[in-house]
Design a protein around this ligand. Structure first.
Ligand code: SAH
Ligand code: SF4
Length: 442
């Protein structure tokens, strides 16, 4: 067992990547490492990568380059690069050539073998492993870390949707759901160690359990999780609009701890583009889902992902995306310029959009969304919201921060003893990213 060695783990990309990075940190902890934020004093640096857009890959390559200098100053430093970037077909060889200073390469399906890879490197030499298929029995290892208020829990892995722009199904494999009893057990264990909020993770949580017989779906799972004692909140991400059932919306409306927040990526407001994207819904169907949510849950918050400059997107198509923003009133939107991913159908499509057009569209979209976000938060002024107190404010340690059920960040005054509990906060100010309020004893 290694003693007093320090590991720094960096995660790029989605919550799944963050969760995978936690698994890796956990594995190193079992080998005696302690986790740290200080790169300068690290014995091991792990980067869990993302390849969903070229910009993410460029950023990560820059970071790997920086680590070369760190290794020159500290030749004992070990560097491990894992996850989606490494898993791309043919990527390993290319990456090894570009970054010979890296010691360990591990694909998305190899994370659970990380201990063996580390041992291989400790004995001198390098290690690289990229399996084409996951080892299903190993991938759902729960975390050993103690005492976190909020935790991410995988309920499924992979994706079967093959949106024409997206690399995820190619690097995370086909969809597979964890057994409900395993998930419940993991959450119960987390709760025993102090966790009060879980986020259930999947690329498309709405198709959870589609392979199960007898039938058992995401709404069934939510009903079970809602009953776990001492757990205060349940979130979930991501919802594919095509699979958002009435049963699910009803379940959330009837649940106690199930938060009324839907991250419902629309990607585009144009039916022509949605079809080219292989999203399998129309704007009309998407809007019918939004209406259903608003009917049963008038205060639900909606957030989304949007891609601008998908191949063939005309000015008119883009205007339809802008129009939908004003219809739905998203609390937040993650907006991206289309990025060509090799091996995906969209990369081969005609009418790729020039960078300057994409940039202009992104700017317009962002300014519309910024106004909408502010309007959404301003509409909360004067009202009382249930807030889970998460900790001290980073910018002002005299104050506390927490989140509403809709996931909006709130800053307020209070005693640090209430961290981890639910309070009612009346909002009196809406800033560009946060809300400010006061605790109200009802
Ligand atoms: N499973 C989730 C999202 C996974 S990727 C879903 O279906 O919603 C997160 C977001 O990245 C996507 O929603 C999409 O908006 C964006 N994205 C994926 N591939 C992209 C690409 N090639 N270029 C630009 N954005 C992309
Ligand atoms: Fe990618 Fe589409 Fe799957 Fe989301 S649903 S991960 S965008 S292929």
């Amino acid at each position: 067992m290694e003693k007093n060695k320090k590991v720094v783990t960096l995660a790029y990309g989605c919550q799944m990547s963050e969760r995978d990075a936690e698994t890796l940190t956990d594995i190193t902890r079992q080998k005696g490492y302690t986790s740290s934020d200080e790169l300068e004093n690290a014995d091991l640096v792990i980067i869990n990568t993302c390849c969903v857009r070229e910009s993410a890959e460029n950023k990560i390559m820059g970071k790997i380059g920086e680590l070369k200098k760190l290794k020159e100053r500290n030749p004992n430093l070990k560097i491990a690069i894992s996850g989606c970037m490494v898993q791309q077909p043919g990527a390993l060889e290319r990456l090894q050539k570009r970054a010979p200073h890296v010691d360990i390469w591990a694909g998305t399906h190899n994370l659970h073998n990380f201990s063996a890879l580390l041992q291989q490197v400790d004995q001198g030499g390098k290690a690289a492993e990229v399996w084409q298929e996951p080892n299903i029995t190993e991938e759902s290892t729960p975390l050993a870390e103690k005492g976190k208020l909020k935790a991410n829990v995988n309920i499924m892995y992979g994706c079967d949707n093959f949106c024409s722009y997206c690399i995820v199904p190619h690097v995370r494999g086909r969809e597979r759901s964890r057994k409900p009893e395993e998930i419940i057990q993991e959450i119960e264990d987390l709760v025993k160690r102090g966790c009060r909020e879980v986020t259930l993770l999947g690329q498309n949580v709405n198709s959870y359990g589609k392979e199960f017989s007898p039938a058992y779906d995401f709404a069934d799972l939510l009903q079970k999780v809602d009953q776990i004692p001492l757990l205060l909140r349940v979130r979930f991400i991501t919802s594919h609009p095509k699979d958002l059932s009435d049963k699910l919306i009803n379940t959330i409306a009837e649940g106690q701890k199930l938060c009324e927040h839907f991250h419902l990526p629309i990607q585009s407001g144009s039916n022509f583009i949605l079809q080219r994207m292989n999203r399998k819904y129309t704007r009309e169907y998407y809007l019918s889902r939004v209406r259903k949510i608003r009917e049963l849950l008038p205060h639900a918050s909606l957030t989304t992902d949007i891609i601008v400059g998908f191949p063939g997107e005309s000015d008119e198509d883009f205007e339809q995306t802008l129009a939908i923003m004003d219809t739905v009133h998203y609390g937040q939107a993650f907006t991206f310029m289309y990025s060509k991913r090799s091996g995906t159908p969209a990369a081969e499509m005609n009418s790729q959009i020039p960078l300057d057009v994409k940039k202009r569209r992104l700017q317009r979209l962002m300014s519309v969304q910024n106004q909408n976000s502010l309007k959404w938060r301003q509409s909360m002024i004067g009202k009382i919201y249930e807030v889970l107190v998460e900790g001290l404010s980073r910018t002002n340690s005299e104050r506390l921060t927490g989140r509403t059920r809709g996931n909006e960040l709130v800053v307020f005054s209070g005693d640090s003893e209430i961290i981890g509990s639910l309070v009612n906060v009346r909002i009196h100010e809406a800033g560009s990213w946060t809300l400010v309020g006061d605790i109200e004893n009802l």
